[in-house]
Write a protein that binds this ligand. Structure first.
Ligand code: URA
Length: 204
């Protein structure tokens, strides 16, 4: 196993035993995240629901099925990316995560991102969006990439939103279709040789 795989595995074990907020008392299993430790893309959802809490894996319920479809639409499988959440334990009755829970959990996600070093982060829903885009609304900025601290962040609707609002289904699908092009552009700009400095003519 390489360093990133080992580090992510160790981190997942720490998350599984995390006592940092009250959700640790009501969870069945913590859900650290899953996928390729060397992924180019990290998807960040909100938090575990019933099925995720039972299995200890992210996005394994209805929203996860749709996420799999969205990934397949751009020729990716979940093993090709990394999938994490803003909070790692299920809030009772699937209520919204509270600010104190998000704050207590943030260092886990920070460390995951430090280990994986993705080229692109896709936020799913408003809680992960507000890590990067404070005061914004998803309706205004979805699908629009922005480079933040060297990583391209693309805010998207949460796949569960499309399960409740049929008109969002097409919007999320369109936004997903943009991801391969954005990654390609990133690769091209990384490959472009730096322009040589203009030669200074010495006038005698
Ligand atoms: N919704 C999320 O935000 N994350 C999951 O893991 C599952 C559903």
């Amino acid at each position: 196993m390489d360093d990133a795989t080992i580090a992510l595995h160790d981190l997942s074990e720490q998350v599984a035993a995390c006592p940092k907020c009250a959700l640790s008392k009501t969870r069945t299993k913590a859900v650290p995240g899953a996928g390729d430790p060397h992924a180019d893309i990290v998807f960040i959802g909100e938090g575990p629901g019933y099925n995720e809490d039972q299995q200890g894996l992210p996005f394994v319920g209805q929203a996860g099925k749709f996420l799999d479809e969205l990934l397949a639409s751009i020729d990716l499988r979940r093993e090709d990316v990394y999938i994490a959440n803003v909070i790692k334990c299920r809030p009772p009755n699937n209520r919204d995560p509270q600010p104190g829970e998000i704050e207590a959990c943030a260092p886990w996600l920070d460390q995951q991102l430090d280990i994986i070093k993705p080229r692109m982060i896709v936020t799913l829903g408003r809680f992960s969006m507000s890590r990067y885009f404070q005061g914004q609304t998803i309706g205004r900025i979805h699908g629009q990439p922005k480079k933040i601290d060297g990583v391209v962040v693309v805010p998207m609707y949460h796949p569960a939103a499309a399960l409740h609002q049929a008109n969002l289904r097409g919007t999320i699908m369109e936004d997903f279709k943009k991801l391969p092009g954005i990654l390609r552009e990133l690769s091209q700009s990384a490959e472009e040789p730096a322009k040589p400095e203009p030669v200074q003519m010495k006038l005698l």
